[in-house]
Every structure is written in structure tokens, then in C-alpha cells.
Design a protein around this ligand. Structure first.
Ligand SMILES: C[S@@+](CC[C@H](N)C(=O)[O-])C[C@H]1O[C@@H](n2cnc3c(N)ncnc32)[C@H](O)[C@@H]1O
Length: 190
């Protein structure tokens, strides 16, 4: 596939792909993405009574972990089928269908903003970081995870090999997929 830097094309392909993945995501990727949840929530200082926004919540795995800390999660995702899956799996947690580039919240609303393995799928990651910053209260914390370089990820390597051999699974590729260069993220966060 030819890489593209056309933001609207990236967003469309990502959206279409995630729409198709909602039912199989937890059984396929669930175990892989769970490992980072505790450090992610620790980095964002999520504790009892924190109000926490989970950007790109998918089926709500991180939102559920936020609730386990006696905090209040709200999950957003632009995929309608992911949101339906998140609601089905996590009754009582609030989920909204929304594009992370334009969060449907007033400013200064959240004690923490987290996002697990989403940043590298975004057409305009810096727009989403600006939105995350806007909705954070003063002194609030944001934390994000991305994959490391694939050559350093034994588990991911096995998974990709298996997919290539046996699966018809498809993975969306945002502009930063497989890029974990601290310099890239440092500039973006600034
Ligand atoms: C790799 S999944 C991660 C799901 C979840 N955070 C987890 O850890 O299981 C990426 C999610 O980001 C969502 N996503 C991608 N681009 C988005 C955007 N612009 N706005 C909102 N959600 C987005 C996708 O629909 C998908 O559910």
C-alpha cells in the first residue's frame, strides 16, 4: 500500500477499518494493549474520584480500569461500532461517539486525559493533543502510549508474523505507526 499524508484519507481509512474491527478487537488485540494500562493510569495520576477522559476508547478496556480505581471515566471514539461494543461491555460507563480532533466537552473539565495506542493512528496528532490540553483542568495530567519500534517488540513481531501467515486481519496505519522516537513526540507535545 502506498503511504499517504492526506489527513482526510488517513481518517477515512482508519474509521472504516476500526468500524470493522469492533467485534474481534478484544480477543485479538485485547491482551496486547492491556499490559500498558497500569503505567498509563499511574502516569496520569488517576486515583479515587478523578474525572478521566479516555480518547480512542475502543471497546472501553482502559475506561473499565479507570472505574476499578474508583474514578469516573468517560470514553470517546469516532467509531460507532466501537462505542456500541464499549457500552455493551461496560454498562454504567459513559461513552460518546466523537472525533478526538474536536472533543465535545467544555474546557478544563478533566483531571486526567489518557489514550492507549491511539496517537499513532491519528491523521493530525497535534490537533488531538491540543484538544486534550484544552479539556484538562489546570494541573491535570495527560498520558499516552504508542508502540515502540517493531524490532524491539517480540510479542508484536509474533503477532504480525501470525497475521501474515494465517489471518485476514487488517491493521490501520496512521502516519506515526511504529514510530516511537522520543524527539518526534517531544516536539509534538511542546
Ligand atoms: C488501537 S485502538 C485502541 C483502543 C483502546 N484505546 C485500547 O487500548 O484498547 C485505536 C482506537 O482509536 C480510535 N480512533 C482512531 N482515530 C480516532 C479519532 N480521530 N477520534 C476518535 N477515535 C479515534 C479507533 O476507532 C480505535 O477504537
Amino acid at each position: 500500500m502506498k503511504p499517504t499524508d492526506d489527513p482526510s484519507l488517513i481518517t477515512r481509512v482508519e474509521h472504516e477499518t476500526w468500524e470493522r474491527c469492533a467485534n474481534s478487537y478484544v480477543d485479538g488485540f485485547g491482551a496486547l494493549v492491556c499490559g500498558s494500562i497500569t503505567p498509563l493510569l499511574d502516569a496520569a495520576c488517576v486515583e479515587t474520584d478523578s474525572r478521566v477522559l479516555d480518547i480512542g476508547t475502543g471497546p472501553g478496556i482502559v475506561a473499565a480500569a479507570v472505574r476499578e480505581r474508583q474514578a469516573t471515566p468517560i470514553g470517546i471514539d469516532f467509531s460507532e461500532s466501537m462505542i456500541a461494543e464499549a457500552r455493551r461491555r461496560n454498562p454504567g460507563i459513559e461513552f460518546k461517539q466523537a472525533n478526538a480532533e474536536a472533543l465535545p466537552f467544555d474546557s478544563l473539565q478533566f483531571d486526567a486525559v489518557v489514550s492507549n495506542f491511539v496517537l499513532h493512528h491519528l491523521a493530525c496528532p497535534s490537533k488531538v493533543l491540543s484538544e486534550a490540553y484544552r479539556v484538562l483542568r489546570e494541573g491535570g495530567k495527560a498520558a499516552f502510549t504508542v508502540w515502540s519500534d517493531f524490532t524491539k517488540l517480540a510479542g508484536f513481531g509474533l503477532f504480525l508474523d501470525a497475521m501474515e501467515k494465517h489471518g485476514n486481519l487488517e491493521m490501520p496505519h496512521g502516519p506515526l505507526f511504529g514510530v516511537s522516537d522520543p524527539g518526534t513526540f517531544h516536539d509534538m507535545f511542546r
